[in-house]
Design a protein around this ligand. Sequence first.
Ligand code: GLC
Ligand code: CA
Length: 566
Amino acid sequence: MTALWWQMGVIYQIYPRSFQDTNGDGIGDLKGIERRLDYLAGLGVDAIWISPIYPSPMADFGYDVASYCDVDSRFGALADFDDLLAQAHERGLKVLLDFVPNHTSERHPWFVESRSSRDNLKRDWYIWRDPAPDGGPPNNWISDFGGSAWEWDKATSQYYYHAFLKEQADLNWRNPAVRAAMYDVMRFWFDRGVDGFRIDVLWHMVKAADFPDNPPNPDYRPAMGDMHRVLQLHSTDQPEVHRLAADMRAIADSYGTEGRGERVLIGEIYLPVDRLMHYYGQERAEVHLPFNFQLVDAPWEARALATLIADYEAALPPGGWPNWVLGNHDRPRVATKRGQAQARVAAMLLLTLRGTPTLYYGDELGLTDVAIPPAEVQDPRELREPGLALGRDPVRTPMPWDASANAGFTTAKPWLPLNADWPTRNVARMTTEPHSILRLYRRLLATRRAHPALSIGGFALPGGGGQRARICAPAWRGASHRGAQSRRTAASVGVAGLGGPVSAALGHCRRCSDGRRRCLAPPGGRGRDSNGRLTSSTGRTLTCASPCWRRSPGARRRAITVPGSW
Ligand code: GLC
Ligand code: CA
């Protein structure tokens, strides 16, 4: 088996407004990212995912796209993007963009046309409905940013649907012309050399055709935010969305099969694990990596984490590749949620679990959420429902690079305040401190690179409440990527300080319908048929029952030592 780059690689998310400003406007830009590529390559990541860079009125800071095939002048120009891409590729770094297919800006020319009259050719590109009999919104659906998800358009006497801000009108993906236009957008960037997309709110893309009311949420409490008054039963996760995900995957795959480089699709999907798994695809492959956000909110207790990890592993469909995340531009930072000491443990967990990890910029410095004075709040989420701690500005503050003015981020006033401890919590300073979390991240990334068992090995929890995590590469791994050893190896990684023993594990094995336990192998590998189904030695297809936590049979154990102190 040869692992693909996105299976072996570590992804690093950049929020472009906050990474590096080069033209003194207080806002990060593409040239800034280019300037910091050596830092990223040196850190040891393999790919960057850049949050939206497209022309936008910035009502939702780029997630309101006004033109899909261009770059916002605040970030630079298309030529700057091409330069950035070439420079990244030269350093062996892949580049992923954010694809925002669910909605456009209200200022996108498509929506301007659509709202111009009821018989405009683009009318049906968006979701327009007549009022309810009482003249109110067509149903009770609530925007994720609070308030009705329907906006009245006086000129044409209909409501349009917006799952987020009224400035972000939802596209009608049931319309084939919308699908064709948006698939062309993907091709536009793939043809330029982009290595993949993170797909924004994938599970929102299709709504129930008859728009029934959503049921009330029996657990709703006002502190949760208005959107939680109802359960999004009919407004999200509809069966038809899987066809769209499969179409997008086919486009991405076509580049790989034409020898133009493997492209990857990552889906932003906030759903329970059983629903999440559907986005790997059933009859047709869908996204390579449905984002697994469980570590963001998990109870930070060793046994609970072990169970969560094992349950996720057990739920993966055949061939489904795991992935893990500690944070992103929408969620509290890990160092705030868990504290500085546990942020280090979290880094260790993230970078020793098998599968594809995504890091959020600044987490490698232990950045914490920054309190934003009310007068400086920018995020519409906070402005619309203040005081509920739903705002996202605190996790989007500028990257502190050094101890010079404005932490080397900008020569102007940064668009959001810096972390108060930036004179010491910055890249330059922490690079020189032997015990800094940044040095820990570097070592972990180097260790992961040196030992492919950490990313593509199997997984199993040892029985009997063991105190060590075990990582083993089972027999099928003859990976040739980055000098992976072809012999079986295993590693033991102690995950200390989680408040109890934890066993993250390897040599993924399961109890099967013939009562035996087997280490899972990839499609076509030993013990699997070409569809990835488990088979017995006689070739019979087996079904997996409950997972077991034994080391994979035959895996020899060998300690991996992580260089340096941490
Ligand atoms: C996604 C983005 C978030 C944005 C929303 C609407 O959840 O991550 O930042 O506000 O979609 O596009
Ligand atoms: Ca700038």
